[in-house]
Design a protein around this ligand. Sequence first.
Ligand SMILES: Nc1ncnc2c1ncn2[C@@H]1O[C@H](COP(=O)(O)OP(=O)(O)OP(=O)(O)O)[C@@H](O)[C@H]1O
Length: 543
Amino acid sequence: MFLPSLTSASCWPNILSALDNHSRPYTYAIRLGLLENDAQWRNTTEEAASSQSPRQLRQLFSIMLTSCELVNPVLIWDELKERMSEDFLFQARCLASNSELLFSNDIFNQSLVAIEDQVLAAANHNINMYGLPQPTRETDPDFCREVLQEKGYNCDQQKKFIEENEPLLTPEQIDAYHNIMQKIQRGHGGIIFLDAPGGTGKTFLINLLLAKIRQRRETALAVASSGIAVTLLPGGRTAHSAFKLPLTLTKEEYPLCRVKKNSVPAKVLQQCTLIVWDECTMSHKHAIEALNNTLRDLRKSEHLMGGVTLLLSGDFRQTLSIIQRGGAPADEINACIKYSFLWAQVEELHLRTNMRSALFGDSNALEFSHKLLCTGEGQLSVDEGLSSVADIGTIVQSLPELIEKVYPDLTLKYKDLEWLSEREILCPKNDAVTEVNHQLLIKLPGELSTYKSVDTALPDESIVEYPAEFLNSLEPSGTPPHSLMLKIGAPIMLLRNLNPPKLCNGTRLIVKTLFPENNRSDYSKRARKRRTRFFTQNSHSSN
Ligand SMILES: Nc1ncnc2c1ncn2[C@@H]1O[C@H](COP(=O)(O)OP(=O)(O)OP(=O)(O)O)[C@@H](O)[C@H]1O
């Protein structure tokens, strides 16, 4: 077990002497992260308690509850409840104008309510399921939060945004804008597909429509099929999270969203006037059918989409729906929303002018967008089934050359967030990603820190068939590698946020500090916003 971790030990006596320095090899193994133990989670919270605010600590604790399979969460709560409730104590002291006020059950109750809100949002469980005391609530704050969030946009800000941007619309954008607004006003529901290649102003138009509806204190839901597209929509969420789409969607004959009639998401869907779904081409046709079935049911309406206007946007030349491994191209086409029975009722609107070239006179952008369109429409020359990319890019001969082209002078410029956010290397397979990441990480200055996973086969009888070394060598998609290597200053990407909605999947971050159990990262979405986030290890299981 120690062998792969003691890289400096070249022979058996070296290993023995390394272990000799540690009186208890068991403790040493835990310290190296080779054995799982509840102490690891307690260390994590203790480490976090030294630098995190009470709100951040509660967030961390709720993530641990929902994803880390804690053996004894009550013990951690008892140890840290005062640290987690300091902000509520402070508020109570201010309210009572009494700086002598001490912690009380009321204050701990507020803290537990806040933790339960997060657990409910992430896993839909009450915290008594984890053995923690069930908090008492006077109102249903969860209801208020989600519904008010959708209704609580600042009208003056929305108005200002509309006044500034409405006059900028181009004639084809104006046509689309009026068409959509008329459909919303008729209130009979319907589906509009905004067919617009990249750079034609989809996001610009959508943001204006969202502002127009929100300014009237009506509800406009903005969703996208992928997390990264959500970052461009104000108040955006992924479609899976907003509509509670089930994972078994593709196999269902009568697909439905998992939204209970009296739940908060149901109230939001009942009240909304407009739903914008960006990158809809990536979604399975059953997702849109599930939304139609659910809206008609919740709103007790026979109209298409239960009377709500659904604005779909995307580009079929880009990514289509992802189907199960081993599926044929015909399955992919069958999964496409164009093959849904609903498509016959979809009204199409088109945007064709590339705004980046039209506005900024960027001839390169125009040429590039033209070539992209040709590629998407299959008009590029094809040689033995492969299209040449020479027309739309520069061809390099090796990985080091690619790295040098994309990240020249990395060691000097890696601290420049603007520079970093303008470049990335995309790879079709995880193996290639690992190789590129490794080579770039080596080039960065500073010491490399390695975080190892603890892999265990479940049920216990399978341990003989699947030894830890074998499990360590696997890299299933969506799980971190067995050896996660990081350096301070390294750009990283958040693959899955267990505490949505603040950071969406795909957000880029910079490693700021590395602790033995955790790390802190700076938020660098397009290098414009800077916030610090705290990340910890957690449990993943795979079938
Ligand atoms: N009418 C307009 N007036 C001023 N700027 C505009 C207008 N329409 C679009 N733009 C600007 O043009 C650029 C491209 O627009 P936008 O990002 O909305 O296009 P898109 O179709 O969403 O592109 P992509 O699919 O690549 O994300 C943006 O900088 C946007 O602010």
